[in-house]
Design a protein around this ligand. Structure first.
Ligand code: VG1
Ligand code: CO
Length: 559
């Protein structure tokens, strides 16, 4: 029998979860009791429900995941949790955690990831709590966790539990007089079974294999050394028989091979080059924890996440899951371009615009009002789980491609022909000094909310824009009526084009400024986004005096 030990501790400042959990440098988490404090606070936020509960635990394979899994086991045991479901070796993708919470009806789960941020001893780690709907904890819960971290005095731990997380199976421990069970599970199986229910695997397989009339459809899937490697191998290689050379970087590495596991044109440039110069019809990349996706077509034709959402929205009838459930509303985060809004209008679905962060979609899904949603930051997903889901998005695209018989770029061109095109770009200025960036946002907010700004005219290049609306975006959840304030500065012009400024809530040091630009064209749909948007970009930089405040004359990443 093992005993519970109560350890005295002191609060740490700054354990406030951001857009998606608590993200800090590994070395911050390594401070004495830092991680223990946060875990204890997560458990305490669940109050009495924690006693006798089941929790899911897993992470993206980055540096420190296994050590923190061990701490979670011991602290859970100390707090009366009855059972943990843990991915073998501590591996579970974020969407897989969401699915497992829902499938086994657990109280929630703890996800160990800093998502698309780099890993390794000198980089980032993260801890996130998901609730019993499988989704990231809403603001109310994360605020409660934060409050608890500011006052914590003790945590409860069972130090002498020795648990082998490398071997699948059930391990039973006696803690005080109760049984504590740890079940090490296959990280991939439940998720793959679910994907086979959602999609028509034989149909995707025959697309990939080709037929007498049609060449095989060649794909290249890049896991970026993140958590999706084992999922991708099982699904694309074993189930869909795509061939071993159709996956790359499919081994999860603690430091992601030194790369930035963020599927965009900058950090997944390798994949883009491979598809551009190789004989591939389709490429996809996923981030560290497997919730983001980037989709490209033959010749590395890039599909913006905003367009990806709109195209999928118009084609859901090809996916068996939606044939069964029907299609309810659509949603996007505020900075995401409004391409999907046009599809929703056309098909008669409800359309929602929420703040940045997947946690805002959960209530709408739980209320049965939302089927498909996405963010411009390479997040796409549906109500099959309560997280965005990279592998799901790739399978959704392959389903649509199989049904239509078209190429990725033909599909996009047809879509633009029908609905017009929302040109979109995002500029990221990563790890800038914080103070000037905060000041920039304050000054800009003042400027755009001053009397006279609405209606003002701004000339850039050969275009003149008239401001129709300007605010700091706020959102009231239509289900529980909770309000999220200050979610990004928006300037909307009379012609519908738009500039959005936000500070990132996922960075671990300094400030990351995000600038989002979009405009709509109904005829001129085949242009180059950077050229089409140039006058607006210029205007956006000037209005905020962004180069002056950030000290940068170019962004770190352009999407
Ligand atoms: C970013 C994205 C946001 C996304 C969040 C989590 O947040 O902009 O759309 O939901 O990351 O994604 P921010 O606050 O840095 O802009 V992930 O893949 O970290 O779970
Ligand atoms: Co992620």
């Amino acid at each position: 029998m093992s005993n519970i030990v109560i350890v005295n501790t002191n609060p740490y400042e700054g354990q406030k979860p951001g857009t998606s959990g608590l993200r800090k440098k590994v070395k911050v988490f390594l401070q004495e009791n830092y991680t223990e404090n946060f875990i204890q606070s997560i458990l305490d936020a669940n109050k009495n429900a924690i006693v006798g509960s089941t929790l899911v635990v897993g992470g993206d394979g980055r540096y420190l995941v296994k050590e923190v899994v061990d701490k979670i086991i011991k602290i859970s045991a100390g707090n009366g949790v009855a059972r943990l479901l843990i991915g073998q070796s501590g591996i579970l993708s974020t969407p897989a955690v969401s699915h497992i919470i829902r499938k086994y009806k657990t109280l929630g789960g703890i996800v160990l990831t800093a998502s698309h941020n780099p890993g390794g001893i000198n980089n980032d780690f993260g801890i996130k709590f998901n609730c019993n709907n499988g989704g990231p904890a809403p603001d109310g819960t994360t605020n409660e966790i934060y409050k608890l971290t500011t006052a914590i005095k003790q945590y409860k731990i069972v130090p002498d539990i020795k648990c082998d997380i490398e071997t699948i199976g059930v391990q039973r421990f006696k803690v005080a007089d109760n049984e504590f069970v740890v079940e090490i599970i296959d990280p991939v199986k439940d998720y793959v079974d679910y994907m086979k229910e959602i999609f028509d695997f034989p149909k995707i397989k025959s697309l990939l294999q080709g037929s007498e009339q049609r060449k095989p459809f060649k794909i290249l899937i890049d896991s970026m050394s993140g958590v999706t490697g084992p999922y991708v191998r099982r699904i694309f290689v074993q189930e869909l028989c795509a061939g071993g050379d159709s996956v790359r970087r499919a081994e999860p590495l603690p430091d992601f091979g030194g790369a930035h596991p963020d599927p965009n044109l900058t950090y997944a440039a390798d994949l883009v080059a491979a598809v551009q110069h190789g004989d591939y019809d389709f490429g996809a990349a996923f981030d560290g924890d497997g919730d983001r996706n980037m989709i490209i077509g033959r010749g590395a034709f890039f599909v913006t996440p905003s367009d990806s959402l709109a195209v999928l929205g118009s084609q859901l009838q090809h996916i068996p899951y939606f044939q069964r459930t029907g299609v309810r509303g659509f949603a996007r985060s505020m900075p995401t371009a409004a391409a999907v809004d046009r599809v929703a209008r056309d098909l008669g679905h409800e359309m929602f615009q929420v703040p940045t962060g997947w946690k805002y979609f959960g209530n709408l899904m739980d209320a049965g009002r939302l089927s498909l949603c996405g963010e411009e930051s390479f997040g796409t997903g549906s109500d099959h789980v309560r997280e965005k889901d990279g592998v799901w998005a790739a399978l959704a695209w392959l389903s649509v491609l199989a049904a239509s018989g078209l190429s990725v770029d033909q599909l996009l061109r047809n879509h633009w022909q029908k609905y017009g095109r929302n040109y979109f770009t995002r500029y990221d200025y990563e790890e800038c000094p914080s103070d000037p960036c905060n000041e920039m946002m304050q000054e800009l907010e003042k400027k755009i909310t001053e009397a006279g700004f609405i209606g003002s005219k701004h000339t850039s290049g050969d275009k003149t824009y008239v401001v129709a609306e300007a605010d700091n975006f706020s959102y009231m959840d239509p289900v529980d009526r909770s309000v999220a304030m200050k979610q990004g500065l928006r300037i909307v012009f009379e012609d519908g084009s738009r500039i959005v400024y936000r500070l990132s809530g996922t960075g671990s040091s300094g400030a990351t400024v995000r600038l989002y630009i979009d405009s709509y064209e109904d005829k001129d749909v085949l242009g180059d986004a950077q050229l089409m948007l140039r006058p607006l970009i210029q205007l956006a930089l000037e209005l905020a005096q962004l180069p002056r405040y950030t000290g940068r004359d170019a962004p770190t990443v352009i999407t």
